[in-house]
Design a protein around this ligand. Structure first.
Ligand code: UD1
Ligand code: CA
Length: 453
C-alpha cells in the first residue's frame, strides 16, 4: 500500500485509571506485546510515515519501551483527546496530505479497516472522516449525531448526551482521518469544556458540519475497536488475541491439539506440520521449525527450535535447538544453551551457557553449565559441572566420543579429551587426556581406555 502521504498520530498519553496500575496502561502486554505496539504496527503495515506517539502518563517508561521506532511528543497534563493532538501539531509535516489518528489502547484494529477509512476519505474528498461502529450496548462511547438525511453533524459524549442521544447506537471508534491543511487550520479552534477543561477531538466534527465541509464515515465490527480500560477487558483481549494467533497458526498448517490451552505470543513463528499439545506456552521472539512435537506442558521462551524437535513437559529459555533433538520430560534449558543436531536430553537435566555437540546424550539428573561438549558424548546420570567456585564461573570442555560415568563431578575449570572416560562417582579435579580413563576421588588415570575391547 502506498500511503507515504499519511502521517499517523497515536494517542497514548491517557492515565488509564481503571487499570489500577503503576504501569502506564498502553504498556500492559497483550499476547506478550505492549498494547500500544499494535497501533504502531498497524501504522507501519499500511505504509504510512514514521508515526508520532503522544505520551504523557508514565512518559519516561513509555518512551523507554518504544525506543526509536517512533517519534514522540509529550502531553502533560492530559487534557483530553483534542489537547493530545494539539501537542503533535508542530511535528505534523504539512507535506503529508492526510493525518490518521489511532489510539494506543485499541489493539485489534486491522490494516484493512484503516485502509477502508483512507479510501472512503479520499473518494469523498472529505476534510474529516472517521470509523464508527454499532454495538449492542453503546455504553459510554460518544454518540454519532446525524441529520434526517444521514449527514454527520456532531459527536456527543455519553456524559453530555440527552436521553434521546443516549438511545442512539452508532458510536465513535476514535479512529479519524483528516486532510492535513484543514486540521492545521482548525485544531486551534477547539475550546476546553467548562468545568474540567478537557479539549474534545470530536468537536472538530461539529466545526466541519457548521462550515458545510465534506465529511465521511465508514463502519467496522465492534471487535476491532474495543478499547482496553480495565483488567477484565485486558484478560478478554488476551483471550481474543490468543484465538486470533491460534487460528492463524492452524490455517498455516500447525496442529493445535487443544487451542484453548495453547498460549502462543504475537512475535512467535511456527512452521507447518508442527504439533502442539495442551498446556504449552510459546513466548517472546521464538522461532520454531517444521514437524516438531511440543508439549504437553512445555514453556518455550525466546528460543530458536529446528525441525523435528520433540519437547515434553520442559522449560526452554533463550536456547538454540537444532534439528532432530529430543528433550524431556522435566528438563530445563536455560539461556545460552545450544544443542546440535540429534542431541538427546532426558529427565531432570539442566543446561546453561553450554553447547552440546551432535548426537550427545544427557539422559538423567544432571547439570551442565559453561560447558563445551563434543559430538556423541554420553553424560551419565547425576553428572554435575561444578562450574562455580563461589565467586566466579569456570568452563568445562569434553571432547567427542567421551563417556562420562554416572555421578561424575567435573570441577571446573577442567578439560576432558576425546574418546576419554570417567568412572562412576569420579570427582575430576585435573584435566583428562584423549583416550584416558580416570576413576575415584579425586580422579586419577588407571588404565588406558579401550572401549571397543
Ligand atoms: C473517546 C472519544 C469517544 C469515543 C471513544 C472511543 C473524545 C472526546 N471521546 O472517549 O467519542 O467513543 O474515545 O474509545 O475523543 N488520550 C490522550 N490524552 C488525553 C486523553 C486521552 O492521549 O488527554 C488517549 C488515551 O490514551 C486513549 C485515547 O486517547 O488512547 C482515548 O482516550 P479515552 O480517555 O479512553 O477516551 P474516551 O473517554 O473513551
Ligand atoms: Ca476509552
Amino acid at each position: 500500500m502506498n500511503n507515504d502521504k499519511v502521517q499517523c498520530v497515536i494517542l497514548a498519553a491517557g492515565q488509564g485509571t481503571r487499570m489500577k496500575s503503576e504501569r502506564p496502561k498502553v504498556l500492559h502486554p497483550i499476547a506478550g506485546k505492549p498494547m500500544v505496539q499494535y497501533a504502531i504496527e498497524a501504522a507501519y503495515s499500511i505504509g504510512s510515515r514514521r508515526p508520532i506517539v503522544v505520551i504523557g502518563h508514565g512518559a519516561e517508561q513509555v518512551q523507554h519501551a518504544l525506543g526509536d521506532h517512533v517519534d514522540t511528543v509529550r502531553q502533560i497534563p492530559q487534557q483530553g483527546t483534542g489537547h493530545a493532538l494539539l501537542q503533535a501539531r508542530s511535528k505534523l509535516d504539512p507535506a503529508a496530505e492526510l493525518v490518521l489518528v489511532l489510539y494506543g489502547d485499541t489493539p485489534f484494529l486491522s490494516a484493512a479497516t484503516i485502509q477502508r477509512l483512507l479510501d472512503t476519505h479520499l473518494a469523498a474528498g472529505a476534510v474529516l472522516s472517521l470509523v464508527t461502529f454499532t454495538p449492542d450496548d453503546p455504553a459510554l462511547y460518544g454518540r454519532i449525531i446525524r441529520d434526517a438525511g444521514g449527514r454527520l453533524l456532531d459527536i456527543v459524549e455519553y456524559k453530555e448526551a440527552t436521553p434521546e442521544q443516549r438511545a442512539l447506537r452508532e458510536v465513535n471508534s476514535g479512529i479519524f482521518c483528516y486532510q492535513t491543511q484543514w486540521l492545521l487550520a482548525h485544531l486551534e479552534q477547539l475550546q476546553p469544556r467548562a468545568g474540567h477543561g478537557e479539549y474534545y477531538l470530536t468537536d472538530l466534527v461539529n466545526l466541519a458540519a457548521q462550515e458545510q465541509a465534506k465529511t465521511a464515515t465508514c463502519s467496522c465490527d465492534e471487535a476491532e475497536v474495543l478499547g482496553i480500560n480495565d483488567r477484565a477487558q485486558l484478560a478478554a483481549a488476551e483471550r481474543w488475541m490468543r484465538e486470533k494467533i491460534n487460528l492463524r497458526l492452524m490455517l498455516s498448517g500447525v496442529t493445535l491439539i487443544d487451542p484453548a490451552t495453547t498460549y502462543v505470543e504475537a512475535q512467535v513463528t511456527i512452521e507447518p506440520d508442527t504439533v502442539i499439545y495442551p498446556g504449552t506456552h510459546i513466548q517472546g521472539a521464538t522461532i520454531i521449525g517444521r514437524e516438531c512435537t511440543l508439549g504437553p506442558n512445555t514453556i518455550i521462551e525466546d528460543s530458536r527450535i529446528g525441525n523435528r524437535v520433540e519437547i515434553v513437559a520442559s522449560l526452554v529459555e533463550g536456547a538454540t535447538i537444532e534439528d532432530d533433538v529430543d528433550i524431556g520430560p522435566f528438563s530445563h534449558l536455560r539461556p545460552g544453551t545450544h544443542l546440535d543436531e540429534g542431541v538427546h536430553i532426558g529427565n531432570f537435566a539442566e543446561v546453561k551457557d553450554s553447547r552440546l555437540g551432535p548426537g550427545t546424550k544427557q539422559g538423567h539428573f544432571s547439570y551442565l553449565g559453561n560447558a563445551t561438549i563434543g559430538a556423541n558424548v554420553n553424560i551419565g546420570a547425576g553428572t554435575i559441572t561444578c562450574n562455580y567456585d563461589g565467586q566466579r564461573k569456570h568452563p568445562t570442555t569434553i571432547g567427542a566420543n567421551t563417556f562420562i560415568g554416572s555421578d561424575t563431578l567435573l570441577v571446573a575449570p577442567v578439560n576432558i579429551g576425546h574418546d576419554a572416560g570417567t568412572g562412576a562417582g569420579a570427582v575430576v579435579t585435573h584435566d583428562v587426556a584423549d583416550h584416558e580413563l580416570v576413576y575415584g576421588v579425586p580422579a586419577r588415570p588407571k588404565v588406558k581406555k579401550n572401549r571397543e575391547a
